[in-house]
Design a binder for this molecule. Structure first.
Ligand code: DHK
Length: 143
């Protein structure tokens, strides 16, 4: 199976940004972790990060007919982007929503997620392990 892992704005700053919330692991380390787990599970993955909403929409649209599942952490767009929600609905690819932090126990505005209106699973507050848990979810589901 082929999984597309999308990270939204500021996730390229992992390791530097608010380490008390997001940890000290860098984005490069995160990519290495996901690639290793996918290799162990025998699935293909592509990793994509963008700070731009429209680029993320383009990437989701281009996933149609190519990827079997999407793992997405939309960053701040989680709480604002109807466009990302609509793109996911348009391609109808099974999607897991991941957040490094426990978004339901932070500021009020982080409790609402547009992507949750489409995603079949939400993993939040498990740190970077949330990404590999999402990959495992799809691999198990497709067994
Ligand atoms: C990452 C962000 O950049 C925030 O805007 C979200 C999410 C939370 C995370 O926990 O990974 O609110």
């Amino acid at each position: 199976m082929k999984i597309l892992v999308i990270n939204g704005p500021n996730l390229n700053m992992l390791g530097l940004r608010e380490p008390n919330i997001y940890g000290r692991t860098t984005y490069a380390d995160l990519c290495a972790l996901i690639e290793k787990r996918c290799a162990e599970l025998g699935c293909e993955c592509e990793l994509y990060q963008s700070n731009h909403e429209g680029d993320i929409v383009d990437k989701i649209q281009a996933a149609y007919g190519v990827f079997d599942a999407i793992v997405i952490n939309p960053g701040g767009y989680t709480h604002t982007s109807v466009a990302i929600l609509d793109a996911l609905k348009a391609v109808s690819i099974p999607t897991a929503e991941v957040h490094i932090s426990d978004v339901d126990n932070r500021e009020e505005f982080r409790k609402f997620s547009y992507v949750s209106l489409y995603a079949e699973i939400k993993i939040a507050g498990h740190g970077i392990n949330g990404y590999t848990e999402a990959v495992e979810y799809f691999v198990n589901k497709n067994r």
